[in-house]
Design a protein around this ligand. Structure first.
Ligand code: NDP
Ligand code: MG
Length: 386
């Protein structure tokens, strides 16, 4: 029996994880979980999963739920996230919350020796160096849930590090892949949220369309696999059938394929190195799919992908700034405060504005994350929607 802490149980990855867990109740148990604001769904999950510890977003939700579930221990805010992550019985923490709030509970869990099934890519983008160092020191596995990284992880199994030539990350192109930059000026939130292949949370769906998501994934791959940026390539693959590939020295390519179903990488992160059938498997017939297409990425069309390589190579807190500015800008677009193209403008401006002079520590990175949010929030307030 594997005991799981599920951070972000009410979200898209959270829901898929609950499906995986419920399909094998004899193998998996969610002993602690967190959610932020969706108390209706949160309460439903508590009824179904009967966790022992629950982290919630506010004192008000805690008070309501304590009356209903007097036997459960509740925690609020950051304390609730950490409480769920380090809960004693937990073997593996599945980080399915959005944004850099994922860092603190992930680090806390690593420090007490819990394995991490990592969906929350923002954590690695912001603090990959420290997360990976702590994982090594505490002998903790970081198992990728992101489909591209799970694909690469699967392809790398049994390979000597020396054999690797490069990682090839595939990108679906997101909701606006067929629009020109000029056409992007007038797009709406509703159009942006209409992803061609994947059903996901709002923020990551916006990030897919701006190619921020792929940018974050490039930096995530750099830290997860210890691969230089010069050896990470991105190709446009509109079908989202090949989830990613590795190229080996001798010219061989290994690719991992499958339907667009997040249950597969989630389940593999929980069963690794074993595999189990997926219950209610989605249809997958290559003869129906017929053909797979790969195109080069246009860095002028998707400047946020180009910027990911720039901030990644600069290192230090540059990726933190890139991520923090995007978290504020993407959320502001979702809230109707800025237009679509302003997302990129604010991210670019935050990166240009930041001047790193010395090597940074983890606590400085956390401070820079906060400062960047404050600055971008101020810009948005002052300048508003263009
Ligand atoms: P969702 O928006 O669907 O869910 C986010 C979850 O985090 C919800 O449970 C939400 O709670 C909780 N949450 C939101 N804000 C906070 C906060 N400030 N503090 C604590 N908890 C919070 O996101 P996704 O499931 O789509 O994505 C989660 C992570 O996984 C992201 O990092 C994303 O990049 C990554 N990922 C997602 C994929 C997908 O298919 N969706 C694929 C690969 C990676 P509530 O709803 O109760 O407010
Ligand atoms: Mg992905």
């Amino acid at each position: 029996m594997k005991n799981i802490a599920l951070l972000g149980a009410t979200g898209s990855i959270g829901t898929n994880t609950v499906d995986v867990v419920m399909a094998y109740p004899e193998l998996f148990k969610i002993v602690s979980l967190t959610f932020h604001s969706n108390s209706e769904k949160g309460a439903e999950l508590i009824e179904r999963l009967k966790p022992r510890y629950v982290g919630v977003g506010s004192e008000k939700i805690k008070a309501e739920l304590t009356d209903r579930f007097p036997d459960i221990e509740f925690g609020v805010g950051a304390e609730g996230l950490v409480g769920a992550a380090i809960y004693e019985a937990v073997d593996v923490v599945l980080t399915a919350i959005t944004g850099s709030v994922g860092l603190l509970p992930t680090m806390a869990a690593i420090e007490v020796g819990k394995d991490i099934a990592l969906a929350n890519k923002e954590t690695l983008v912001m603090a990959g160096k420290w997360v990976m160092e702590a994982a090594e020191k505490n002998n903790v596995n970081i198992l990728p849930v992101d489909s591209e990284h799970s694909a690469i992880f699967q392809c790398l199994e049994g390979q000597k590090v020396d054999n690797l030539k490069e990682l090839v990350i595939t990108a679906s192109g997101g909701s606006f892949r067929d629009l020109t930059r000029d056409e992007l000026k007038t797009v709406t939130l509703e159009q942006a949220l209409n992803h061609p292949n994947w059903s996901m949370g709002k923020k990551i769906t916006i990030d897919s369309s701006t190619m921020m998501n792929k940018g974050l994934e490039v930096i995530e791959a750099h830290w997860l696999f210890g691969t230089d940026y010069d050896k990470i390539k991105v190709v446009l693959h509109k079908e989202s059938i090949v989830h990613s590939m590795i190229a080996l020295k001798d010219g061989a390519y290994l690719a991992q394929m499958g339907p667009s179903d997040m249950r597969e990488p989630i389940q593999y992160a929980l069963t690794y190195p074993d595999r189990l059938p997926i219950k209610n498997e989605l249809a997958f017939d290559l003869t129906q799919i017929g053909q797979l297409n790969f195109e080069p990425m246009d860095f002028n069309r998707f400047p946020m992908l180009d910027l990911a390589f720039t901030v990644g190579k600069k290192g230090g807190a540059y990726p933190t700034v890139y991520n923090a500015a995007n978290e504020i800008a993407a959320t502001s677009f979702i809230d109707g405060k800025i237009s679509y193209l302003q997302i990129e403008q604010f991210v670019q401006r935050a990166v240009d504005h930041y001047q790193e002079t010395t090597e940074v520590t983890l606590s400085e990175v956390i401070e820079i994350d906060k400062q960047t949010r404050t600055i971008v929030e101020r810009w948005i307030k002052e300048e508003g929607r263009l």
